[in-house]
Design a protein around this ligand. Sequence first.
Ligand code: B12
Length: 355
Amino acid sequence: MGLLKFESEPEFGKLAEYVSACQPCGALEAEGYCAPEKRLFREYTGFTVDFLYASVQLDDKKIFEDYVLWFYELLCPVMADMPKHRVRALLLSHFSVVENGAEQIFAGAGLKKLKRFIGYGKRAAADAEVTGKSPEPLRYGKYEKERQRYLDALMRSDTKSAVAVAAEFLQTGIPVEDILVEILGETMRGVGELWHSHQISVDMEHYCTSTTQLASAQLYPVIFRQRRKKKKVLAACVGSELHEMGARMTADLFEYNGWDSIYLGAGADISYVLKQIQDHRPDLAAFSVTMPQYLVQCQEMVDRLKACYPDLKIAVGGNAFQSLSKIQGNWRIDVYARDARELVRWADDTFADEI
Ligand code: B12
């Protein structure tokens, strides 16, 4: 697993404990809500300190503001009978708990900064509206029909059809990159929205992931058939990140483009990333972060690698970076790309003289 959460800032660990012990569940009971809603509220308020920590450490209020909106949208369908202003009030009372905890645990400039960021969260909660839109709109465009067919098979839990449909896309000549990114990847992002709006549960999310990994596997004979370029990429997810498909897809698209890849999967620890780099000397290291709370560890990873291997090119990408207001200039990376295909093009241009 990744670096221990709050290892360098134990006060945030204390704040997380305080917040978890003092949730405003009485307010929920007064609204007539019982165990399932209280469980959900407890579970997801558990993320507040994580996002607050990332927001404060990276000095970027957008991380916390995006989280507040995401959390509000997650709560609204569960508390469907509750007027929206009362859902907002519930969030505000949760942030007051966080503020009380901060006042007991932090002091001086640290407390002042923390209170400023909690204030951003409170303002975001007070203004929150359900938009029903993802922060980054889904890019179904050209492949809407194909995506829908694939999603239908997943929603029926019809593994055989889902796998067959993906094989058919390949046979009908849809480019491998488009099958991966536009159809399978975008379907998975749509699955996330279904989960967020409580139309499917986490077990379905797991099923969709494993089936999509199975469907992608059919592309490997084509992916590995390409002319080799004698270039190597190492791809990994940072922190305790479990979302691994973005990093996997990045590695696969490099293989399809003739690069060799070393894919380290979810939750890559700095010590074994360093060891792999030492042993295999990749030309490029690509890190994927989905959950914004792991951005801090990603930045630490980038700084450590740049200190040890100044010539190693480093790329970052993934959902979490959408929650940053600025990337270039603040990070010691060579490139940030929104989409794995963009990174492959950048890498080919950057190493054009050596390929
Ligand atoms: C599948 C899934 C899971 C699976 C992951 C299993 C696995 N083995 O990967 C499981 C069930 C474990 C899971 C767990 C959780 N998840 Co989840 N999950 C998803 C889901 C539906 C799909 C992820 C995915 O595979 N996407 C497809 C890939 C291809 O897309 P991608 O990662 O964005 O990658 C593309 C680009 O970003 C880019 N890219 C990615 N990495 C890199 C790297 C580089 C270098 C470059 C250049 C580009 C690049 O290229 C790719 C192709 O274009 C997303 C929805 C979403 N929007 O993605 C939610 C989502 C990420 N999960 C979410 C949440 C909240 C959770 C949980 C907290 C709760 C839960 N749902 O159980 C836990 C936390 C786990 C943890 N500690 O990490 C939220 C995060 C919200 C937020 N505020 O950030 C999302 C967005 C759902 C939502 N709409 O609310 N999840």
